[in-house]
Design a protein around this ligand. Structure first.
Ligand code: UT7
Length: 316
């Protein structure tokens, strides 16, 4: 027994930040960002916390599924930008929902949502009936706003899925190769008098080109692996839901795999890169578009700091 998707939801902060606005505070341009990354605008928190976004996505998913918070057996949040190191984001959402089930966070950076789905699959194998899985990020709080190579890329948002018993989760793959030199977000170092202190730089540090190469290779290999593990061919996949890091990464990978552009979904132009939230936000948009038909196959894939990557096939 694995799971099936009972309902999805998403929540974006109200404030839209356009490329033109960014060009006023950074040495960048709408043309550079549009051509190199594929983003025109992203959403940025002003008053919203990460928990507010996660709660907004969760309530929408619960409403769609018809499941009440009391019926949840577990809440799992994928995030790198929880409002606090403890309690977890999942515990914050549990309190806001009035749920009584266990709750915990998963950190696999941008691959976190698929890692969280895999974790949920383990709880279903042990008899869980309903699990809420959320990807939520407020990356605007982790960006160095004077660094044009990262500040133009990231956005804030959350997506959620309510999962129930079923057999939709057909194949999956998780990957990690420990490396902090390519992409990292150092923590605050604290003020211990027993510790050597370097400068505190708790911002996103990224070697864009190395990340790009890792991303295209990971996306191609992971998608091929989960498609063949499911006993399918790439042509059987109806919808690809890739992590939204760069439109060029998505287009290059889709071209290498022979996936038609119209089946490889993108919302990066409007939403930017929301790390662990990108896959559930895009999946929610797909489900709400009415384009998805019963029995179709969705392939999800992601990559990010760790370095991590992950992919899975879901039959709806
Ligand atoms: O979800 C996490 C995973 N993250 C990713 O997957 C990101 C993967 N990497 C990328 O998406 C791309 O590498 C970037 C979008 C980050 C950068 O694009 P690029 O085509 O690799 O650019 P680059 O780093 O090679 O820089 C090219 C030029 C440089 O100028 P010079 O040295 O050629 O004069 C940069 O300084 O572009 C410059 N540049 C910018 N110019 C205007 C870098 N950022 C900007 C900017 N606006 N925002």
């Amino acid at each position: 027994m694995s799971f099936r998707i009972l309902g999805t939801g998403s929540c974006l902060p109200a404030r839209i930040l356009t490329n033109n606005e960014l060009s006023e505070i950074l040495d960048t341009s709408d043309e550079w960002i549009s051509q190199r990354v594929g983003i025109k605008e992203r959403r940025i928190c002003t008053t919203e916390t990460t928990a507010d976004l996660a709660y907004g996505a969760a309530t929408a998913a619960l409403e769609k599924s018809g499941i009440s918070p009391e019926c949840l057996d577990m809440i799992i949040c994928a995030t790198v930008s929880s409002d606090s190191a403890a309690p977890s984001l999942a515990c914050a959402v549990q309190a806001m929902l009035g749920a009584r089930c266990p709750a915990m966070d998963v950190n696999a950076a941008c691959s976190g949502f698929i890692y969280a789905l895999e974790t949920a699959a383990g709880f279903f194998a042990r008899g869980a009936k309903n699990i809420l899985v959320i990807g939520a990020e407020r990356l605007s709080g982790l960006v160095d706003w004077s660094d044009r190579s990262t500040a133009v890329i990231f956005g804030d948002g959350a997506g959620a899925m309510v999962l129930g018993e079923g057999n939709s989760y057909i194949s999956s793959k998780l990957f990690a190769r420990g490396n902090s030199s390519v992409l990292s977000i150092p923590s605050h170092r604290g003020s211990s008098p027993f510790y050597e202190h370097d400068a505190d730089t708790p911002f996103i540090h990224m070697n864009g080109q190395e990340t790009y190469k890792f991303a295209v290779n990971a996306m191609c290999k992971d998608l091929s692996d989960v498609v063949s593990a499911a006993g399918l061919a790439m042509a059987d996949i109806n919808w690809v839901v890739p992590h939204q890091a760069n439109a060029r990464i998505i287009d290059a990978s889709a071209a290498k795999l022979g996936i038609p552009q119209e089946r490889c979904l993108k919302n990066i132009e409007r939403v930017g890169n929301t790390s662990a939230a990108s896959i559930p936000i895009l999946t929610d948009e797909l489900l709400r578009s009415g384009k998805l038909r019963d029995g179709e196959y969705i392939a999800m894939c992601s990559f990010g700091a760790g370095l991590t990557s992950a992919a899975c096939i879901i039959k709806v």
